[in-house]
Write a protein that binds this ligand. Structure first.
Ligand code: EPU
Length: 341
């Protein structure tokens, strides 16, 4: 197992910012995890986990510890039921390869999450979701190394306490588990309506009426290509902010500012307001702030156009959150995780 020293983390994250990792090691199989953690604790070094680096922002001071880059491969069908198939995926597989695999087998449940960058093991951490699906809907369980109990464990779906873009892995149990595989149960049924509005609109506009797995995957890829910048061409981490969640009593105040505010009833006395809309309304869509471009097609995305450091990104973030707070009295929060946390 090779451990590399003083490695620029900007090379391993799609935002292409931030300092160096003191040590970095690739994890190719679950058994690689315990010895590396033992080494880290012998030397009192903190440990951080990196998947594809597409949802991680690195600060300028870098990481004074060991970064484990999870590269565990493998997608296998483990059982077939009457109406579903269960597959197990190594945490290092690229998420989109998992979606392609499922679509090839004509299995549904994750096709709308096509073309999301990153690895399978990172997907449960932020409960990845797009176009009406989220990983919480199909995840049966996952395997992880528990750094507290120092043993491998299986966590069931309910143990992960999934909610909108959240789970125990970025909340109560932050840093505790190293996810090594995930297990999904996918349906043998065709994808069926109602589809997410933007997806249905695309299907209608292109006269697509046969809702095959591949047709839905292709439609989502086309929509995303138009609205989300390719991180390999324009460094970004997808949505830079979470959508805002407000209490129902706050809605009239916001409607008084702009009666056209879009909102989604979450069914629990709360509403979700698209942060992209809020940022557009404060006039920042398309603007260049400290080298960070507020994406001209989707204000929720920040692109590192010419920012030299994390400090530039922090200033851009501050300008945006301040402007939204001043106009709407809504506190918006960052979606990608940060290192050090
Ligand atoms: N909107 C604007 N202006 C903008 C952007 C959005 O007015 O600049 C409004 C529009 O009214 C639009 C609404 O926001 O109808 C919602 O926009 P969209 O459907 O594009 O989705 P989103 O809320 O911007 C979320 C996810 C995306 C996911 C899409 C599609 C979060 C933080 N983001 O974005 O996920 O692909 O829905 O399901 O929940 C990601 O997490 O990296 C990501 C890209």
């Amino acid at each position: 197992m090779d451990i590399h020293t003083n490695i620029p983390l900007k090379n391993y994250t799609t935002m292409k910012l931030g300092g160096n990792a003191r040590f970095i090691a690739d994890i190719l199989k679950p058994e690689d995890v315990p010895p590396l953690l033992d080494k880290a604790s012998q030397q009192s070094l903190p440990v951080a986990i990196l998947g594809g680096g597409s949802n991680t922002i690195v600060r300028d001071e870098g990481y004074d510890g060991i970064v484990l880059r999870i590269r565990i491969p493998g997608i296998t069908t483990i059982s077939e039921e009457l109406n579903s198939v269960t597959i197990k995926i190594g945490a290092g597989e690229l998420w989109d390869n998992v979606v392609a695999y499922a679509v090839d087998l004509r299995l549904s449940g994750i096709e709308a999450m096509s073309a999301i960058p990153g690895t399978a093991g990172a997907a449960p951490v932020q409960n990845v979701g797009a176009y009406g699906q989220e990983i919480a809907d199909t995840l049966v369980s996952l395997e992880a190394y528990d750094t507290e109990a120092r043993t491998f464990v299986t966590l069931m779906n309910e143990d992960c306490r999934f909610s909108y873009r959240n789970s125990i892995f970025r909340d109560d149990a932050k840093g505790r588990y190293v996810i090594t595989s995930i297990t999904l149960q996918l349906s043998k049924n065709l994808p069926s309506p109602p589809f997410y509005d933007a997806l249905q609109r695309y299907l209608d506009e292109h006269n697509i009426t046969a809702y095959t797995h591949q047709a839905i995957r292709d439609a989502v890829i086309a929509i995303r290509k138009d609205k989300l910048p390719d991180p390999t061409e324009r460094p970004n981490t997808g949505s830079f902010f979470k959508n805002a969640i407000i209490e129902s009593w706050q809605l009239p105040d916001i409607q008084a500012i702009d009666p056209d505010v879009p909102y989604y009833d979450m069914g629990d006395g709360r509403y979700k307001i698209p942060t992209g809309w809020l940022i557009e309304k404060v006039g920042l869509k398309g603007k260049l702030l400290h080298g960070m471009r507020v994406h001209e097609k989707n204000a929720l995305v920040l692109i590192n156009e010419s920012a030299g450091s994390y400090a530039d990104l922090a200033e851009a973030r501050e300008e945006i959150t301040t402007a939204v707070r001043a106009m709407f009295r809504i506190e918006i929060s960052q979606e990608p995780l940060e290192l050090p946390s």
